[in-house]
Design a protein around this ligand. Structure first.
Ligand code: NAI
Ligand code: MG
Length: 353
């Protein structure tokens, strides 16, 4: 039997509630086919309170020997500032492991009433490819004259040809495997340097993919179009910030932020990729056992697919579709009354239905 070593970082808030449910669904789905060896890392805000850091100094090195990383969420406002939690755990993992793209599918599941009156599952089915290691989240900047009326803060975006090209190429490949349409999202009218470079690279790479049609949109227009005509999107590629924002919009189109998954893929072979729900630690509902686990379960399915366990991944997706279609066991964000645990249990029952 195949064995996979998986690092599990539940993190904070609802991360600790949805990850165990995800683990149980994955276990049930792979059953005889593979063995998942989980290794739990209790990193996050509690770890920070005990040790002064979100993870140990060699944390990222510890992760390197795993086949994949299953991540919940990090954030404990107002106790720990959000930039401390994010920059102490998730962002260093993404950057140091060179998890260069963040793949975020957006689909309206059958049975779910999304916020768009006239749009059904056939209209909302897209995948975002988010640049994941630089751009607006490069971490370049500084503050001077701190605390004075003359205080200045600089937050510099970084766009390197090498990185933008590999992200764009990944998006073209993905588009080629789907409906062969790519939307590239920038703001190159107002941002004259990095975003113009991005547009140029898209034009260059497009020559290698004559079978893929390309649309370039400004980010504000893209936001409007996602609401007005989501069916125009197949694969979309955008910068770290823009795709971060637009995928929360995408999650809203799906009916709940709790449904959206993401895969942070490593550029180099042998380096673990990281799979997580799009949502954060949801402090407003944490501790009540009512967080929607579907985004985490779906992220787990993406992890299995990445590990080559495609059959198990497909069965999980089908079980989620059956669950939403029957509409009986849903968490409150989808208008139901079920708990996180009950949804997980029902997904497991539906694996073989
Ligand atoms: P959030 O995603 O945690 O919550 C936004 C809204 O969506 C809340 O009303 C929440 O209840 C709801 N929601 C989120 N996940 C849900 C689920 N599984 N089921 C049902 N409802 C769900 O974003 P927010 O409130 O902006 O941030 C909270 C904390 O999470 C902050 O510390 C933030 O920095 C952190 N965060 C961490 C992320 C990560 O670890 N990848 C991503 C986004 C935010
Ligand atoms: Mg986000």
């Amino acid at each position: 039997m195949q064995q996979f070593r998986i690092a599990v970082i539940p993190g904070d808030g609802v991360g600790k509630e949805v990850i165990p449910v995800g683990q149980r669904v994955l276990e049930a789905a792979v059953a005889q086919e593979a063995q998942l060896d989980w290794h739990l890392f209790p990193w996050g805000s509690d770890f920070y309170r005990q040790t002064g850091a979100l993870m140990p100094p060699d944390g990222v090195e510890q992760l390197r020997r795993f086949d994949a990383i299953y991540f919940g969420a990090v954030g404990d406002p107002p106790h720990v500032p959000d930039h401390v939690t994010l920059w102490g755990l998730l962002l260093p993992i993404r950057k140091q492991l060179d998890l260069f793209v963040n793949v975020r599918p957006i689909r309206l599941f059958p049975g779910i009433r999304g916020p768009l009156r006239d749009k059904g599952p056939e209209d909302i089915d897209m995948i975002f490819v988010r640049e994941n290691t630089e751009g607006e989240y490069a971490g370049v900047g500084g503050r001077v004259h701190v605390g004075t009326p003359h205080e200045v803060a600089l937050e510099t975006s970084v766009f390197s040809r090498f990185n933008v090209e590999r992200v764009v190429r990944f998006a073209f490949e993905l588009a080629r495997s789907r409906r062969k349409h790519l939307t590239s999202i920038t703001k190159s009218n107002a941002q004259r340097f990095g975003m113009v470079l991005w547009d140029e690279i898209v034009q260059e790479v497009a020559r290698d993919y004559p079978d893929v049609t390309v649309t370039s949109l400004l980010v504000d227009a893209a936001a409007a179009l996602m609401v007005r005509a989501p069916e125009r999107f197949d694969v979309a590629v955008g910068s770290n910030l823009f795709a971060d924002i637009l995928t929360d919009l995408g999650a809203a189109l799906m009916g709940s932020l709790g449904l959206a998954p993401s895969a942070n893929l490593a550029a180099a072979p042998g380096v673990p990729s990281l799979f997580e729900p799009v949502h954060g630690s949801a402090p407003d509902i944490a501790g009540r056992g009512i967080a929607n686990p579907i985004g985490t379960v779906w992220a787990g399915a993406m992890m299995l697919e990445h590990l080559g366990l495609t059959d198990a991944a497909r069965r999980i997706l089908r079980a989620i579709e059956r669950l939403t279609n029957e509409g009986k066991v849903l968490t409150p964000d989808l208008g139901g009354t079920a708990t996180t645990e009950q949804v997980g249990k029902r997904i497991i029952e539906l694996l073989d239905a």
